[in-house]
Design a protein around this ligand. Structure first.
Ligand code: ZN
Length: 64
C-alpha cells in the first residue's frame, strides 16, 4: 500500500514519543521521511515502509 502523506502533513503514531505526544509533522519527504514531534520538536528520520508501519492515521490539519 502506498501512503499518501505529503509535506506538512500531521500524522498520528501508534506509540507515543518519550514526551507523550503521538503526533508528528512531516518536514521532509524523499527516500527517507523526516518527522518532527509535535510535543518536543525532536526530529527523526525513517523510511516510508517504517512510517507506514508505525503510523496510525493522518491527522486532519486544523483550519486556521
Ligand atoms: Zn516528542
Amino acid at each position: 500500500m502506498t501512503n499518501n502523506i505529503s509535506l506538512g502533513d500531521v500524522v498520528e503514531m501508534k506509540k507515543p514519543h518519550a514526551c507523550g505526544s503521538k503526533t508528528w509533522t512531516i518536514t521532509r519527504l524523499g527516500v527517507d521521511i523526516k518527522l518532527k514531534c509535535a510535543g518536543c520538536d525532536h526530529e527523526i528520520m525513517m523510511d516510508r515502509l517504517e512510517v507506514n508501519k508505525k503510523m496510525k492515521k493522518k491527522v486532519d490539519k486544523p483550519n486556521v
